[in-house]
Design a protein around this ligand. Structure first.
Ligand code: 5GP
Length: 174
């Protein structure tokens, strides 16, 4: 039997913070076309909720798949693009939507990669940040929650591809 994770952030807490982030992004990007880039798979639920909290007309959404974890809990530091953007981002304002910045290695790789495509700007919106494990320092422009150094699942985040469908962020108790 797989144990049910213990709630760290409830769906109500997440919804309230997502609404705040959406309002902030709405106000910052008013009158500017925006390209939202959710990072698959982990940010799919966060991005779906965030997109609906952004009250702007000129928003394009394009996905990018990254793999930095196998089925374990430790990053290898090796990052691979598993699914690339469908259109150029040259001269466009890009907002990366990520589930969690942990060591920062994936985001560092992604920022370097996107820079070669010459966007006008690139900002980061991450639901979670685990500062205790930083290996590459990343400035997160829009941050949902800072969390302690625990492996979390739910609301898009997995453990061995399970738990992505949980409506909250939880911790697996051993
Ligand atoms: P980083 O490169 O910053 O170490 O990690 C990036 C990716 O590792 C995240 O986008 C996420 O997919 C995965 N990851 C990091 N920490 C956790 C965690 O606590 N739980 C889960 N499920 N995935 C994590």
């Amino acid at each position: 039997m797989i144990p049910k994770p213990k709630v760290m952030l409830s769906r109500e807490q997440i919804a309230a913070r997502v609404a705040e982030l959406g309002a902030q992004i709405t106000s910052d990007y008013r009158d500017r076309p925006l390209v939202l880039v959710p990072i698959l798979k982990g940010s799919f639920l966060f991005a779906a909720d965030l997109a609906r909290a952004i009250d702007l007309v000129d928003v394009r959404i394009d996905f990018l798949g990254l793999r930095s974890y196998g089925s374990g809990v430790e990053t290898s530091g090796v990052v691979q693009i598993t699914y690339d953007l469908g259109a150029p981002i040259e001269d466009q304002d890009v907002l990366i939507v990520e589930d969690i910045v942990d060591t920062g290695l994936s985001m560092r790789y992604l920022l370097d990669n996107l820079a070669t495509r010459r966007p006008r700007s690139v900002k980061i919106c991450s639901l979670l940040h685990k500062p205790a494990r930083t290996r590459a320092k990343i400035d997160i422009d829009y941050l949902g929650f800072t969390i302690e150094d625990k492996f979390v699942v739910g609301y898009g985040l997995d453990y061995a591809e399970k738990f992505r469908n949980l409506p909250f962020i939880g911790v697996i108790e051993s």
